[in-house]
Design a protein around this ligand. Structure first.
Ligand code: ATP
Length: 643
């Protein structure tokens, strides 16, 4: 098996580092060394005496940030220098610049559940404000609870593409104008109210403020301030004037209008700043939020200026065994470094148990792992990680340690923590939570029973819930919650489930979980329909996991033991990785397994779906294992069959 070659700068990399053109773009295949070269460029600038704090290294995602840091380490950049470089996501950078500009900390909300009250309020006010001849066009009946998920998706697209801001002055939202933009009138009417509430909020001191920011809002808000005719800053006091020497942008293919607007301003106001952007148009996986390779192509020349384009030709991650099928998949040349060898294998698995058989094989025979490599060099990249309950359960049974990345392990999902809390109280078992999980478990109980999300308005209750010890929660807070909740039907379901579980007989656990009717409780709590369905699936997984235990208490104790084990430092390298594909962007592993490559699960002509597969398949260094159900192979596999 080929050992990882030492990093010796190639001619192309050296050309990129030496190039003094103020605007450099590198479009290259996955694994061609884009992040490494970006890090080399930074290291070169530092060597030449640049102040590291005047170098801004941006990425769009947290894994992208990690990839920079890993590359600095591989290149041997001194840790104190690496720490001084401004490395981060564009969203965090924008949030920090807005804080400076606004002199005020705006709350950042990360979960859809947290913004749901604002969306529901916007639906109500949009319905009221749509009057006169358009009243009949408002298409949402009732509270609109079930529409929240779709609306948030559309809002992200509208913001990412800055679609409304790019309309002519005097643009009004009407059924006709909405239709011309390819959107429906109701969505735009609600969007308008949602943004008015979010952005034109008056604080108790009478100051106009932004109330909160959800994912992507910091970038969008900064972009709209930059693009406004009447900006809240002066040229001398500009939020992006940071005396930067260099701006380096990884994952540039994922740029959308809002991101690009910030980039454009950043380059315009920092005199003499050098720019290097790297990307691969086949890795665009956020097209729904307006990501477009256009910004690396004609868009760049049109809005920023003609760049110097430089190549990185060969992939240095894997050999021809993986590169050739990827060339066929992406219809492009895909040269690979001659010294690298990689293998692809296609396997069939009709069940989670069979898949675990392949994982066991990968760990015992180690066809893709070097003799001294830790198990964390084996990664399973999952298209639908929330459907991995069976897989996780099977791994637990076989005592194969794993780490979930980019998604929450089903054992830490709110409905599972909720059930554990309820059942521990029912069988009077104390101390069933690691401290890190107790708070989310209590919050889950509050949300499922109360049906409302903890927010500033529920501050007092939040405090009681947050501060209660596990014993106090079980003895006082939980009964009070069950008595006082406005959702008395939910309260009855929970009490019935607890009565059944109180027997401590493992045979009663399935009935107790059925009595809970989690799907109904979850519909009130989650924004996304899929999340409510996942709740049901993860509790089914929990029922299956319980079968081999003698009692409910014994099962609960085993879950606690698993929690400690799953977070113990000593096993860090001994856990295989279970990751969403999105979270694996920019990363690489010696052996990658992609399960569920079935026609019904991971297939299709849509560019972002195909790109997601391209991203997943290009993470492997030595071995790529593609797994499908018998007779249901995804069409993507046809590119790999001749291997
Ligand atoms: N000059 C070099 N010599 C040896 N290995 C190299 C060299 N340059 C890059 N590599 C290795 O090639 C692999 C891929 O590099 P890198 O992650 O930078 O690629 P990338 O183009 O950013 O990939 P992706 O598009 O998937 O994010 C890494 O293991 C890196 O260490």
């Amino acid at each position: 098996m080929s050992a990882a070659p030492p990093i010796v700068m190639t001619r192309e990399q050296s050309d990129i580092c030496a190039c003094t053109h103020p605007r450099i773009l590198v479009e290259a295949n996955a694994g061609a060394g884009k992040t490494t070269t970006a890090a080399m460029k930074i290291a070169r600038l530092v060597e030449q005496g640049a102040n590291p704090s005047r170098i801004l290294a941006l990425s769009y995602t947290e894994p992208g940030v990690q990839a920079y840091l890993a590359a600095f380490e591989r290149l041997g950049l001194k840790p104190e220098l690496a720490r001084a470089i401004r490395v981060g996501t564009l969203e965090d950078f924008c949030a920090a610049r807005l804080k400076w500009l606004e002199n005020w900390v705006v709350e950042r909300l990360n979960r859809a559940e947290q913004v749901r009250p604002a969306v529901l309020a916007a639906i109500a006010s949009a319905r009221e404000s749509v009057s006169g001849r358009y009243a009949g066009e408002f298409a949402l009946d009732g509270s609109g609870e079930f529409a929240v998920e779709g609306l948030l998706d559309e809002f992200a697209q509208i913001k990412g593409s800055m679609q409304l801001l790019r309309q002519e002055e005097g643009f009004r939202i009407t059924p006709d104008s909405a239709g011309e933009l390819g959107r429906d009138f109701t969505t735009l009417a609600v969007y308008h109210c949602y943004e008015s509430q979010r952005c034109h909020f008056v604080d108790p001191a009478g100051e106009p403020r932004v109330k909160f920011r959800y994912a992507g809002d910091a970038t969008y808000d900064l972009a709209r301030i930059l693009a406004s005719d009447d900006p809240s800053f002066s040229w001398e006091r500009h939020p992006l004037r940071l005396k930067l020497d260099a701006v380096i942008l990884d994952e540039m293919h994922d740029s959308n209008w809002a991101m690009f607007t910030v980039l454009q301003a950043l380059l315009a106001v920092n005199d003499g700043v050098q720019f290097l952007g790297v990307g691969d148009r086949d890795q665009v996986i956020h097209a729904r939020d307006g990501a477009d390779a256009y910004f690396m192509g004609p868009g760049f020349a049109a809005f920023i200026g003609e760049p110097q384009r430089l190549p990185l030709t060969e992939t240095r991650r894997f050999g021809a065994g993986i590169a050739q099928p990827l060339a066929r998949l992406a219809h492009k040349p895909y040269p690979s470094h001659a010294a690298l060898q990689s293998r692809v294998e296609i396997r069939q698995a009709g069940s989670a148990a069979e898949l675990i058989g392949w994982i066991n094989d990968a760990l015992t025979r180690r066809p893709g792992l070097r003799p001294d490599s830790p198990r964390s060099q084996l990664a399973l990249l999952l298209r639908h990680p929330s459907a991995a309950t069976e897989l996780e359960h099977g791994l637990r049974r076989q005592a194969i340690r794993y780490q979930s990345v980019g998604f929450t392990s089903y054992l830490e999902r709110p409905e599972v923590l909720f059930v554990r809390l309820l059942f521990a109280a029912a069988v009077r078992l104390p101390d069933q939570f690691r401290s890190a999980l107790l708070a989310p478990a209590k919050r889950a109980a509050w949300e499922f029973i109360g049906g409302v999300v903890l927010d500033a308005d529920a501050a007092q209750t939040a405090q009681v819930v947050e501060q209660a010890s596990e014993a106090n929660f079980a003895e006082f807070v939980l009964p009070a919650l069950l008595r006082q909740t406005p959702h008395q039907a939910a309260s009855r379901q929970v009490q019935q489930a607890m009565r059944l579980a109180a027997s401590d007989r493992i045979e009663d656990l399935p009935r107790a979980i059925a009595a809970l009717d989690i799907r109904q409780l979850a519909r009130r709590v989650f924004v996304q329909v899929e999340a409510a369905e996942d709740s049901e699936r993860s509790l089914q997984g929990l029922v299956r996991a319980s079968q081999s235990y003698a009692s409910i208490s014994e099962f609960l104790r085993s879950l606690l033991a698993h929690d400690y084990d799953a977070h113990a430092e000593k096993w860090a390298g001994e856990r295989i990785i279970l990751s969403s594909i999105e979270a694996a962007k920019g990363l690489e592993f010696e052996h990658v397994i992609i399960p569920d490559l079935n026609r019904s699960d991971f297939d299709g002509e849509r560019a972002d779906e195909r790109n997601l597969f391209y991203v997943a398949a290009s993470r492997a260094r030595q071995q790529l294992t593609l797994v499908h159900r018998p007779g249901q192979a995804s069409s993507y596999l046809r590119h790999f069959v001749s291997n």
